[in-house]
Write a protein that binds this ligand. Structure first.
Ligand SMILES: *[C@@H]1O[C@H](CO)[C@@H](O)[C@H](O)[C@H]1NC(C)=O
Length: 180
């Protein structure tokens, strides 16, 4: 199992969390997936049509932050299925999918009360689609641009989900390939 902690393209900004939706379980990048780049808190990253993913990761978490990493049950950003606090870690793997979306919030110490002492976090405010789709072979596509062009993504998602390589992807999407 390999972990994709930072795509070369995305290793730019500091203090920004990147969320990865992986088709495969166990936070493996082996089948490709999506990247929600430089993601804001309390925003759930989810692919349309209720697409489900086997696992998800939270990358480049500033170690001084204590975030609550959430994996949502489907469809899209449903109820929280798995969550973990970062507590100084810069990487979290949520392996217990399927997930319809990922998001995070800050644990709010002021709200800590009650017998359990559990911190509460704000609920996800909105559901936003990922920036980048990547294939099992590492090829990346600008998913934002694909959505802007209003292309039908149903077939693309079906192909990508099966662990496709670049040769399997319809030509219409060639133009959205990102330089590696
Ligand atoms: C992806 O496409 C969007 C919209 O066309 C554009 O604003 C953005 O800069 C592109 N991202 C990359 C990494 O090329």
């Amino acid at each position: 199992m390999k972990f994709l902690t930072a795509l070369p393209l995305l290793a730019t900004t500091a203090a920004a969390i990147d969320l990865h939706l992986e088709w495969a379980g166990g936070c493996s990048t082996s089948q490709g997936g999506f990247v929600c780049f430089n993601w804001n808190p309390n925003t759930c990253c989810s692919v349309n049509a209720g697409t489900l993913f086997g696992s998800g990761t939270f990358n480049a978490i500033p170690v001084q932050w204590n975030i609550q990493a959430r994996g949502h049950a489907g469809p899209n950003c449903g109820s929280v299925r798995q969550q973990e606090d970062s507590r100084g870690r810069n990487f979290i793997c949520l392996a217990n999918g399927p997930f319809g979306g990922l998001g995070y919030g800050f644990n709010n110490r002021k709200k800590v009360r009650g017998a359990t002492g559990e911190a509460e976090a704000e609920a996800e405010a909105e559901c936003v689609q990922p920036d980048v789709m990547y294939l099992a072979d590492g090829t990346q596509y600008n998913y934002t641009a694909i959505l802007e062009q209003k292309l039908d993504t149903a077939e693309l998602l079906e192909i990508a989900k099966a662990g496709a390589s670049v040769a399997d992807i319809p030509e219409a999407f060639e133009t959205f390939k990102l330089a590696q």
